[in-house]
Design a binder for this molecule. Structure first.
Ligand code: BGC
Length: 739
């Protein structure tokens, strides 16, 4: 195209975008200038060289950008990096269409918040929204337009490393949290330069991988799919999420990156999703080893026909789609739809107004690690921690104590503490370790330290020093757990114990100090089997991987400046053999009788109880909360009225604190069996010591709906049990009837 024509096109882009509203018409006018291959180019995403999570397939980025063969890039960022790349697209490609830059901004970008499983344990939607708002501020200041988050995969599989990236096992809570992330990343106005596109991933059922092995097969009935795994995705559509990512796993024999049923029938036709779908990293190509596509041409055909609009890293769309259209194997309409959706996203971001609007040196330099972001990260990390056990009131620790021994491989850690998927979080000295955090409270002569051992190495040579300092101290704090690489992608484990020789060291320290208070601070990315540790130590504080300010937040909790309030969003099993174990299981035809737990021929194990070690919703506080009896506005609900359930909660202990109040319901008889309990609401309240508050939930017909055997979303008349409780460990006492 001549220079003159090129200018005309660009002027036209900027000209039309001045009248910002009617994006569709603008997209159409651009598309009328595009060749088929250029439209295909918009459906192609390649990677920069920053981070890779898979193989790089023949990268020649500059060339592809100039040819118009690339619409988006992942793992390319920084003002300088994105400016150079954007310049190529805008000034050297025929049509000058700007690139979209995406990255895994998962739990923070520079300022790192707790891993997502930890964030979910705050049950604090406002905080979660704030965390993703800050992440969007920082990411957009480095030229990014798009995050591959939130991951909204429900998972009941602690062996699966990616359980760390989600919001746990519950459908309702995961759905609420999913919406909060989307609100935080996208804000109210995508055209602002500090908002970015969110991406609901991994669509779908990835969290149900067989035996917890990553990328593994998923077989499940449509009822379970619709009742458990789809709702958080639907919630993101309701919240206006702009993009979706198809997954790696197959679902009932059909890979989810080639699954017309989930991608077109459900996502487009049922849910009316208008944004675009990107594949996961080479997941279109992976349909070949799945045994679903015979070669890469076939994979491209299946991917596009099934509804994947953009090919992440696979190169199969660029190479094959044009021929497939010419041969009539892929409809050109599908390419047009995909291209239109991607261009629309670029319009919404304002990239046609100014492709460099996210590229601003000053903003880049002044945005990262702002003091207010760090303060928020500290507050959120404390709110995300869960006090699992606190025997003998081991916590909080009096900061006037004579001495504390801090022992363990994670005491001084500033690296693992950020957890997996820590984006551009600085692992070299930016994070606050637990040691540093504790030093804010204690004088040097009050702190003794020994590493004791490594996370994984079988080397006991540090044991003696650790035992010796433990004997000198008045109290002991162990900081142990997993390495950050032990959860996240491709990090499944078959053993859920605290790794390496750490459990042995804990044992030895207890033997040497039979009467001292021992607290175990745990950093990890999944539910662990703590069956031994609950007997050995007094207190267990689960801080997950708490992020940049994690050590400071942990110290705030240890010394009682902040009262723990987090509660588990995932069940902790007694051992790996109980897995999958989650609170809202089905009852079976032979449940264990309450009055005779050892009765034979019941659905139980002969070696461990059915109950987990720590239930969903569990989390202690330094204070106590008393729940008065529940009151229902009426016991008779009709299809047209709502009822309310309320309970008075009193802080009866000695500290002010937050309590997470949970509403559970059981649909007693259904046309398909229903779970033994289901979370249907929650509220986080603050009570000063001695204070009481009434918490009220409204129950409507919508609260009670589920997918029946005909896959109708419906509610059935009958009896419902109801409870408001501090965790999922309670027995129902109240009933209402719907008719
Ligand atoms: C992961 C995605 C991630 C993508 C891009 C894949 O390996 O499954 O969650 O967004 O890489 O980094």
């Amino acid at each position: 195209m001549s220079k003159y024509a090129w200018c005309l096109v660009v002027t036209m882009f900027y000209g039309i975008s001045a009248v910002a509203q009617n994006y569709e018409a603008k997209v159409d006018s651009i598309m009328s200038l595009m060749t088929l291959q250029e439209k295909i180019g918009q459906t192609v995403m390649y990677g920069g060289s920053w981070d890779q999570t898979g193989p790089i397939v023949g990268v020649d980025n500059g060339k592809y950008i100039i040819e118009g063969n690339m619409g988006a890039m992942l793992n390319a960022m920084s003002v300088k990096g994105t400016r150079d790349l954007q310049k190529l697209a805008v000034e050297e490609s025929r049509l000058g269409i700007p690139l979209l830059f995406g990255y895994d901004v998962i739990h923070g970008h520079r300022t790192i918040f707790p891993i997502n499983l930890g964030l979910s344990a705050s049950w604090d939607l406002k905080m979660i929204e704030e965390s993703s708002r800050i992440a969007a501020e920082e990411a957009s200041a480095e030229g990014l337009h798009w995050t591959f988050a939130p991951m909204v995969d429900v998972s009941r599989e602690p062996r699966w490393g990616r359980i760390s990236e989600g919001a746990g096992e519950d459908v309702y809570l995961s759905s609420e949290i999913a919406k909060a992330y989307v609100r935080g990343f996208q804000g109210d106005d995508l055209s602002l330069p500090n908002t970015i596109l969110a991406c609901a991933k991994h669509y779908v059922a990835y969290g149900a991988a067989q035996a917890g092995r990553d990328y593994h097969t998923v077989n499940m009935g449509e009822g379970e799919l619709r009742n458990v795994y789809l709702p958080p995705f639907k919630a993101t559509v309701d919240a206006g999420v702009e993009t979706f990512m198809s997954a790696f796993n197959e679902l009932n024999g059909v890979p989810t990156s080639g699954n017309k049923f989930t991608l077109r029938d459900i996502l487009r036709d049922e849910w009316n999703f208008k944004g675009f779908v990107v594949s996961d990293y080479t997941s279109i190509n992976e349909m070949i080893p799945h045994g679903f596509a015979k070669d890469s041409t076939d994979a491209a055909r299946i991917g596009m026909n099934s509804g994947v609009d953009m090919d992440m890293m696979g190169h199969v769309y660029r190479k094959h789609l044009k021929t497939l259209v010419e041969e009539g194997k892929v409809s050109e309409d599908y390419i047009n739809d995909a291209c239109r959706r991607i261009l629309l996203a670029k319009f919404k971001l304002g990239l046609f107004d100014n492709p460099y609007r996210y590229i601003d040196e000053e903003r880049e330099n002044t945005t990262k690690y702002k003091p207010e972001f760090l303060a928020k990260a500290r507050e959120i990390a404390a709110a995300s921690s869960v006090l699992l056990q606190n025997n003998n009131n081991a916590l909080p620790i009096d900061k006037n104590i004579k001495s504390i021994a801090f022992i363990g491989p994670l005491v001084k850690d500033e690296y693992d503490i950020l957890g997996n998927w820590a984006a551009k979080g600085d692992r070299n000295g930016k994070a606050v370790s637990v040691f540093e955090g504790a030093s804010e409270y204690l004088k040097p002569n009050q702190i003794l330290y020994a590493k004791g051992c490594d996370i994984l190495k079988e080397d006991e040579s540090g044991f003696n020093e650790a035992i010796s300092i433990s004997k000198q101290a008045d109290e002991i704090v162990l900081v142990m757990g997993e390495g950050h690489h032990m959860s996240g992608e491709a990090a499944s484990r078959t053993n859920l114990k605290i790794p390496g020789i750490q459990p042995r060291l804990i044992q030895k320290i207890r033997e040497a100090n039979p009467n001292k208070k021992i607290t175990l601070v745990l950093m990890n990315g999944r539910p662990l089997n703590l069956s031994e540790e609950i007997k050995t130590v007094d207190a267990i504080l689960e801080v997950w991987f708490p992020g940049t300010m994690g050590g400071a937040a942990t110290a705030d909790l240890l010394f009682g400046t902040v009262n723990p309030s987090g509660k588990l969003t995932v069940t902790f099993p007694r051992n790996v053999g109980q897995v999958p174990i989650y609170y809202n299981m089905k009852n079976t035809g032979r449940p264990i009788p309450e009055n005779n737990p050892n009765e034979d021929y019941k659905s139980n194990y002969i070696d461990v109880p059915n109950t987990p070690l720590f239930v969903f919703g569990h989390g202690l506080s330094y204070t106590k909360f008393a729940y008065a009896d529940l009151k229902l506005s009426t016991h008779q609900m009709t299809f047209s009225n709502t009822i309310t359930a309320s309970v008075e909660i009193t802080n009866t202990g000695n500290y002010d604190g937050y309590e997470i109040v949970q509403l559970y319901i059981r649909d007693k008889v259904g046309s398909v069996t229903r779970p033994v309990k289901e979370l249907k609401g929650f509220e986080k309240i603050f009570l000063k010591k001695g204070e009481s508050k009434v918490v009220t939930f409204t129950i409507s017909v919508d609260t009670l709906k589920f997918y029946n055997s005909e896959m109708k979303y419906t509610v059935e008349p009958g009896e419902f049990e109801i409870a408001i409780a501090p965790s999922s460990d309670f027995k129902f006492k109240h009933i209402f009837t719907l008719n």
